[in-house]
Design a protein around this ligand. Structure first.
Ligand code: NAP
Length: 269
């Protein structure tokens, strides 16, 4: 891959697993130093394994433990990264969870857990990133932009999802958070976009692909007829982080094999 992100520093949240691990590998292969964030000390070995895979291919990075729903921890993470590397150029707001329940049975704890990580976590990390981008300004040797934020949203920022009201609400919220930030900071040359994955093969949706029957049922929702891989998202993230997308801000990029094309209407509805 071209070194389109050379000499840049990227924080990827929730990167000990799944899409975050794939994005970390792709961003590192494009030349960026990566901060592989993970939420709890027990997950350090998983984060170290992601880093080892990257360094074995010539990439560079560190692992960093921080719960993105905790304001103080997020502030400490950004301060530590700026202390070690001088700045942050790219934030990939990826950490997310599901706590599914029929609506009438959903507890306030389930609601708050999902909104706290998926939406408030993106707010807290984006705010620290923007503060750093504003402090540093543009470094033309690295990028035309003062900074780039990529919010990992979902097709469920537009597709309602029965039994997942907390998750769909968090992703709908990310859409307006992303667009409002993009509008506010475009004049400062800070670009903010979302990637909206469809079904990507990761631990979060294991039940949807780990038996042939489940996979067959899932494929009825995907016109392109394959499940996505973390690298599908990684490649899109590299493009959105690079100057190749310099005129793109406030966009939701659907990387979903056509899941948002209303496949139920493909045979005339
Ligand atoms: P995943 O493998 O479960 O990854 C989620 C990551 O976030 C995990 O590393 C998780 O750690 C971490 N995390 C959870 N709480 C955190 C916290 N408080 N602070 C920091 N990190 C935290 O699932 P994934 O599919 O890669 O999901 C990544 C993102 O993609 C999520 O935002 C998800 O909503 C979105 N997405 C996924 C799909 C899909 O089909 N896979 C589709 C649309 C959107 P643990 O190891 O403890 O879980």
């Amino acid at each position: 891959m071209d070194q389109k992100l050379q000499n840049q520093v990227a924080i990827i949240t929730g990167a000990n697993s799944g899409i975050g691990a794939g994005v970390s590998a792709a961003v590192a292969a494009a030349g960026s130093t990566v901060v592989i964030n993970y939420p709890f000390p027990a997950l350090q070995p998983a984060a170290e394994a992601v880093l080892k895979n990257i360094t074995s291919q010539g990439g560079n990075g560190i692992v960093y433990c921080c719960d993105v729903s905790k304001e103080e921890e997020v502030q400490q993470m950004f301060a530590a990264v700026v202390r070690q590397f001088g700045t942050v150029d790219i934030l990939v707001n990826n950490a997310g969870i599901q706590e599914d329940a029929p609506f009438e049975e959903m507890t306030l704890d389930q609601w708050n857990a999902v909104l706290g990580i998926n939406l408030t976590g993106q707010f807290l990390c984006a705010r620290e990133a923007i503060r750093e981008f504003l402090r540093r300004g543009i470094d033309p040797a690295k990028s035309k932009a003062a900074g780039k934020i990529i919010c990992i949203s979902s097709v469920h920022e537009v597709i309602p999802w029965a039994g997942h009201a907390n998750y769909a609400s968090s992703k709908g919220g990310i859409m307006m958070l992303m667009k409002s930030m993009a509008q506010e900071f475009a004049p400062k040359k800070i670009r903010i976009n979302s990637i909206c994955p469809g079904a990507i093969q990761t631990p979060i949706n294991k039940a949807a692909w780990d038996t042939p029957e489940a996979l067959q049922s899932l494929l009825t929702l995907i016109p392109y007829q394959r499940i996505g891989e973390p690298d599908d998202i990684g490649k899109a993230a590299v493009w959105l982080a690079s100057d190749d997308s310099d005129y793109v801000t406030g966009a939701s990029l659907f990387v979903d094999g056509g899941m948002t094309l209303y496949p139920g209407f493909s045979t005339n509805g």
